[in-house]
Write a protein that binds this ligand. Structure first.
Ligand code: ZN
Length: 166
């Protein structure tokens, strides 16, 4: 007989940190704000493993002239380098905006344990809005998704950015 699962002493990828997802999301929001310094849309992403942040990046599409330089892709690459494996089943991705199809595909490819995001993206979101790539049984990996964490702050960063460009 196994003991009841206790998230406080035996965390698994599906559990929120003891103080919830907000501290990691605050870090992701700081990353997002940094993207505007080089004219990039403010999206930030951090990867957490065992309560420890292993990577923290923001969108660099403009800065790098790279269509794949979304915050999530860069954070996944750093997390894989930091942990020494492409297989990130123990990791939680925390990102300020709902991932697009490319990034959701990368989360599945990385076998990420869990996704937390802030604002929804009705125009490109692939984790509940337009598609649900994180919970499609036809794919070879599914992961739990928590949406709406500090969504107002993530959304305000984006709307301020686009308002300033008009
Ligand atoms: Zn993306």
């Amino acid at each position: 007989m196994t003991a009841p699962h206790d998230p406080a002493t035996n965390p698994s990828p599906g559990d929120a940190a003891p103080d919830g997802d907000e501290p990691a999301m605050r870090l992701a929001l700081q990353e997002a704000a940094a993207a505007t310094a080089h004219g990039d849309v403010p999206v930030g992403a951090v990867v957490v493993v065992g309560g420890r942040v292993v990577s923290s990046r923001h969108n660099e599409r403009e800065r790098s002239a790279d269509p794949t330089a979304h915050a999530e892709i860069l954070a996944l690459r750093d997390a894989a380098a930091a942990t020494g494996t492409w297989r990130l089943e123990e990791a939680t991705m925390v990102v300020t905006l709902e991932p697009c199809p490319m990034c959701a595909g990368a989360l599945v490819a990385a076998r990420i344990g869990r996704l937390v995001y802030g604002a929804t993206d009705p125009k490109a979101g692939a984790c509940g809005s337009l598609y649900q790539l994180c919970a499609d049984p036809r794919l070879n990996h599914e992961l739990p998704v928590t949406a709406g964490v500090l969504a107002d702050e993530a959304g305000a960063l984006l709307s301020d950015f686009f308002a300033a460009r008009r």
